[in-house]
Design a protein around this ligand. Sequence first.
Ligand code: USQ
Length: 382
Amino acid sequence: MKILILGIDGFVGWTLALHLANKGHKVSGVDNFNRRKWVKSMQSQSVTPIPSMEDRLNVFFKHFGYRLNFYHINVINPLLLSDIFKKEKPDCIVHFAEQPSAAYSMKSVKSCLETYKNNILGTLSVLWNVKKHCPKAHILHAGTMGVYSYGLPFTPEGDFEIEIDNKKLTIPYPKLGGSFYHCTKSCDAINLEFGSKVWNLKITDVHQGIIYGIRSEEMNDDNLLTRLDIDESFGTVVHRFVAQAVLKMPLTLYGKGYQKRGFIPLSDAVQCFTLLLENPPKQGEYRVVNQFENVYTITHVANKVIQIANEFGIHVGKSNIKNPRVELEDNYWYNPIHRELKRLGYRPSTTLEKEIRYLFKIMMKFKYRIKREVLIPRISWK
Ligand code: USQ
């Protein structure tokens, strides 16, 4: 298949590009390097050194035998995107070109507006261009499990059924984002569902849990590594805890630490995205999948990191600090449904322990790139 990845320079975008190329798909990509810029604005950097795109493309050529077509544009510009769609004629468009951080969207009015502009306009620009140039192409969009909020006792996979006056109705689950970032993904979901209905497009909206780890079959050369962020905006909790342990700092649990979230290792997330691309929905269908492997509390994750740190001779503790976010700290009933990916053949390939162990190896190797200051939260959601 011809697969165009929007946001190919990102954590998942790059990993997926390598995996799809390895499976024989023809990959092309778009990016405007916003992620590099945003992380820099947090006074941070990826723990893994990231080559320039030019160097990435050369290494890609060496490994996969063809030159990946790369376009340096912002997807919110519909005219520039139009030229690329006309030229590439993709079978699938993977839309990852969004601002991915809840904390960054809560940082300031500027970062919040930037998140809205980037995410909502970007998705609309993709929708209009698919309608115009390649209405048979499958759009795979990265949404978030956060659109369901984490505070309701029942979390379905997309719509759910209710019965009124003996009539069964299927209605969309209420969208209750946990941050302005999550609200943009809720708007995306509404726009994507509407676009698929009115223009008969096939769309998969992946309600994504927290992706962790940096291991994949294809990243067998340091020059092929994807980025690994640890700052309070772009680093997610597992990566931050391992980085803190490597620097022998207490792990920063926000509040009580009983927040539950759905988690999935990077290699499994890539396996799932590939399954979804290879098994598209029907024309006119808006398909929602919940993409995570397991639900853990933040305390469970911290305890695992501490236990594995011991194996490396590192002794650290944890510290329940004042929660900089506004969130439920003990959603013990959180148990979302995730059937669709298993039905398509997803089989977990690794464990939390294995991935944390590998993260330690990578973070210890590049320890000199971890800045202590970025591991302490400064953004207050209030
Ligand atoms: N947390 C800590 N200590 C830290 C960092 C985070 O206790 O040092 C806690 C947070 O308070 C939160 C949980 O860990 O309760 C997860 O935070 P996170 O920063 O790892 O992830 P989150 O903000 O939820 O966002 C991430 C991705 C986002 C994706 C989302 C899926 O950045 O792109 O959509 O996970 S989900 O969490 O299911 O909404």
